[in-house]
Write a protein that binds this ligand. Structure first.
Ligand code: AMP
Length: 145
């Protein structure tokens, strides 16, 4: 498999630079988390490293560890915020691996008994709904702090 290089003009790099809007949930020195714009269910959000990384093949160890820490933190908060029954964590690499945006990201998908996921990269959500869902997760994080 040939590994393409990091494109600094990918959508998530632009979100990190503040050139595109996002519904931010959380940020620390190494990671940033925001709502997925085409959610597969309530509370679907993404965690990305701040350091440029295309995917699992080029991400630095420390950056990946930071993403894992934030993923766990956000997974717990999202489950609590939506009273979910479980959570699915997904991460795709290269086109054949299902990757569409080429800045490493981890999906956090709260799951509910008997409720199927909507399609991957399906429909854009209402911005007001995303804003409201981001606030719900942020409120849980704030209560933990
Ligand atoms: P994948 O690379 O397969 O994990 O898919 C990219 C994910 O990013 C999909 O779930 C999209 O809905 C999501 N996405 C694409 N553009 C944006 C954006 N501007 N803001 C938030 N999420 C996005």
């Amino acid at each position: 498999m040939s590994q393409a290089s990091y494109d600094p003009n990918n959508i998530f790099a632009k979100i990190l630079r503040g050139e595109l809007p996002s519904h931010k949930i959380y940020e620390d020195d190494d990671t940033f988390a925001f709502m997925d714009i085409m959610p597969r269910g309530d509370g679907h959000c993404l965690v990305i490293p701040k350091k440029p990384a295309r995917n699992i093949f080029d991400v630095e160890d420390d950056s990946l560890a930071a993403v894992a820490r934030t993923t766990r933190k956000l997974a717990k908060a999202a489950v609590e915020a939506f009273s979910a029954d479980g959570v699915m964590i997904q991460q795709f690499n290269e086109q054949a691996g299902g990757q569409v945006v080429f800045h490493l990201h981890v999906h956090i998908l709260p799951r509910f008994e008997g409720i199927a996921l909507k399609p991957h990269t399906g429909q854009m959500a209402d911005q007001a709904v995303l804003a409201e869902q981001a606030e719900k997760i942020k409120a849980v994080l704030a209560a933990q702090a």
